[in-house]
Design a protein around this ligand. Sequence first.
Ligand code: AMP
Length: 394
Amino acid sequence: MSLTFAINAGSSSLKFQLIEMPEEKVIAKGLVERIGIDHSLLELEYNGETYEVREDIPNHERAVELLFEQLQEHNVIDNYDDITGVGHRVVNGGEDIKDSTLVTEELIERVEELSELAPLHNPPQAQVMRVFKDKLPKATMVAVFDTSFHTSLPAENYLYSIPTEYYEEYGVRKYGAHGTSHKYVAERAAEMLDRPLEELKLITCHLGNGASITAVENGQSVDTSMGFTPLAGITMGTRSGDIDVSILPYLMEKLNLTDVSDMIDILNKQSGVLGLSGVSSDMRDVEGAANEGNERAILALDIYVNRIQKYIGQYIATMNGVDGIVFTAGVGENSAYMRDRIIKGISWFGIELDSKANDTREEAIISSKDSKVAVLNIPTNEEIAIARDVERLK
Ligand code: AMP
């Protein structure tokens, strides 16, 4: 048996899937939550059962230790040699890491150096890579970067209109995120349309709690809505997306804040659909409240749709055309209502959904026969994409 781990470590969490390769069959999955906080929890799903362990987990090292103990206790693995590959999601790989990369000590150090660009994610991700390397020295270990798909952006799209020295000296540029997902759905879209990816202009809409939109031309990301950090772009669950930065000092004064990170926290955690609606960051709740006539929820949805349409319009203009629009992630994959609203508002481009085909949560072409542009619903699968990259680099 050849098993590959897909690992996604956050600042206080660790999500995992154990996937049989090359069959791409998920054998077990789960997560560890509240690492370094009290009442930590490990949840493991295997063979239709869910196992839970509650104990204080002080750090990611103990989280990985406990995970291995559980895998053995529930006979998921016989011995460590069953696991021949590990793929780690890493949030920021800077501008020189252009592809998934074998994990060496040097690579881990590079990920640590880049922590300034992703302070909450890169440090625990580097730590988790070290722990896995100790535990599974024989496995092929690969780091898969959220940013690498976007390293193909041309300078005109990754530079901000500020003095160029700040890019040259401090690396201030657009890095983007969700690259693994955008790449996965773009490749899948080409297969579903039965056309070479290299000939297509695509707009991929990853609409989850975090959300971003990417323009993909000839198989390469040419522009994306997230920026220097994932705060930029469209309205998200709790993130503001694009705003005029002059609002920051103005609001800091009004709110008596002296530390700008408190202001950034408001933009990351209390804004977006949550801040607008006052209801929830969860789109199902907001759609529900809007249905019941809640005015703020109705307006939050209007703004959410509007920002997505603006980005789609921008990318149609800058790519000078589009062959396919792809919806993915929590909202994109599941909300036929949202897809319908977004596409209806841009029908001038000759884009039209087939309402029956749109009534789905599965992989499908959902545009009408007459639509000038294909519209596709493609559930994303970042874990499988990570496991495939491990196989590719074996
Ligand atoms: P993700 O970050 O990809 O897990 O997406 C999470 C978001 O997807 C949350 O805002 C959910 O409310 C939303 N979501 C999941 N299912 C649905 C659904 N059926 N309709 C609308 N939104 C959904």
